[in-house]
Design a protein around this ligand. Structure first.
Ligand code: PLP
Length: 457
């Protein structure tokens, strides 16, 4: 179980590798390796691409991506579930060009109608009384804002998060994150404790109704044993994304919300990956659990690739944060224009229904692959957020990060882009544009099936 390093791409020393590739060899260096070598000269090493021979993207449209060598790929990962209505959507392009020519920047010191309109459009789809928004530039900042809001409102400090979570790359959010590889390797965040991930497939009491009792008991025990009994909030992703699309049991969030509220804390839900129709039928993942959070966190798909983070809460909770505070780029006019255009297209296309329909088609195809290959332990997810957990065998359920790494490479060979996750890098993650068509899903399944064939045996 200590193969956590398999999460990272295999290239040992890209700069040395590509340098030695050039020396005394007539073989031209691949564009991917060459770019990686140059990137290594100028960017931090953590800016690390997927694949042994990294993909250098040059253009994209819808779910189709081209690299600098003019190879075409069907994109099932959408820049980590972010180009929610497809790459370079014409409506977003037009809105951005128009806005950029008129007013490109203001800061939060001045009012723009565009920011108010964007917040209003969110309030129309968020559950219940969640209507007051704070715009920032990333999921990380949106999580930070949610935690600050909860602490200011409750006057308390402690946060109960979940193991296997991913919350961002700042000092606080990397320590709310509970996967070793993604945490900054120093200290920890003060006042953050972690309950068990509600992971039915790996529950010690099986995945039936009793597993919910098990996870809720653990949540209570963590509060009772590792906090002062006065937590500010319980913080959870609706579906744990980087962890490999872990879907909590059907009654988990209702019960978890009851628990945290019984201790006087708030319930914060992170919809950075699961939001905006991705899980099908509803706008937000948490609506499947029929419980209203106190604060919601959004980013990624909200503006089809423009940097927007949003923290949404009830007015009386937002009142607790009087400032002063600024976000120089928060609510930037161009980002807001991209967001409004994205939301308009999502409304017009009814993406929750589309994600349900195409997600059902996708799931059917993935389930058939699970039936065919014994190394597929579980297929899980909702709508167009589907994960394939790889194991060495179904009896021991030992995570198989090695095969997942090979499968990631094989999908690229087949002209398909997917993602990878799980504590051991052993889960393949699929999360395409919500406007993906029936034919494109069929084509993607064909390519994914061919990639599975390559790594079988
Ligand atoms: C659930 C979740 N929350 C927060 C974040 C942080 O978002 P960002 O990378 O935009 O800072 C991520 C990023 O993957 C995420 O998956």
């Amino acid at each position: 179980m200590n193969d956590i390093q398999t999460i990272e791409p295999k290239v040992e020393d890209p700069i040395k590798d590509s340098a030695s590739n050039n020396e005394g060899s007539m073989k031209p260096q691949s564009s991917g390796r060459e770019s990686q070598s140059q990137q290594g000269d100028y960017l931090y090493p953590w800016v690390r691409p997927y694949y042994e021979d990294p993909l250098v993207m040059s253009s994209a449209e819808g779910v189709w991506v081209r690299d600098v060598d003019d190879n075409q790929f069907l994109d099932l990962f959408a820049g980590i579930l972010t180009t929610s209505i497809g790459h370079c959507h014409p409506v977003v392009q037009e809105a951005v060009h128009e806005q950029m020519a008129r007013l490109g920047h203001t800061s939060t010191l001045y009012i723009t109608e565009g920011q108010i309109e964007a917040a209003k459009s969110l309030a129309q789809i968020t559950p219940g009384e969640l209507q007051t928004t704070c715009f920032t530039n990333s999921g990380t900042e949106a999580v930070e804002s949610a935690i600050a809001t909860a602490r200011l409102y409750t006057g308390r400090h402690e946060i109960v998060a979940l193991r296997l979570s991913y919350s961002g790359r700042s000092t606080l959010t990397s320590h709310m994150t509970a996967q070793r590889a993604w945490r900054l390797p120093f200290g920890g965040a003060s006042g953050v404790v972690h309950a068990r991930s509600p992971y039915p497939y790996r529950s010690p009491v099986g995945d039936g109704a009793e597993c919910s009792d098990f996870f809720i008991d653990d949540l209570v025990e963590v509060i009772e044993t590792t906090t002062g009994g006065q937590p500010a909030a319980f913080f959870a992703e609706t579906i744990q994304g980087v962890a490999g699309y872990i879907v909590p049991p059907p009654d988990y969030f209702q019960r978890a919300a009851e628990v945290i509220r019984s201790y006087g804390g708030l319930f914060i839900i992170d919809e950075v990956q699961a939001g905006f129709g991705r899980t099908g039928k509803h706008w937000f993942g948490i609506e499947h659990w029929d419980v209203e959070p106190d604060i919601m966190v959004m980013a990624k798909g909200i503006a089809n690739g423009f940097p927007v983070g949003a923290t949404v809460t009830r007015p009386e909770i937002a009142e607790a944060w009087q400032g002063p505070s600024i976000a120089t780029f928060g609510g930037n006019p161009i980002a807001m224009a991209a967001m409004r255009a994205t939301q308009n297209v999502m409304n017009r296309e009814d993406v929750p229904t589309r994600a349900h329909e195409r997600g059902t088609q996708l799931r059917l195809g993935l389930d058939q692959l699970r039936d065919k290959y014994s190394w597929v332990g579980e297929v899980r997810g909702m709508g167009l957020m589907q994960g394939i957990e790889l194991v060495t065998d179904r009896a021991t359920k030992t995570p198989d990060g090695g095969r997942a790494e090979k499968l990631l490479e094989a999908t690229k060979e087949e002209g398909l882009l997917v993602g990878r996750g799980g504590l051991f890098g052993h889960v393949i993650r699929v999360g395409p544009s919500l406007l993906i068509t029936e034919d494109e899903i069929e084509e993607a399944l064909k390519r994914f099936g061919a990639a599975c064939e390559r790594v079988d045996g």
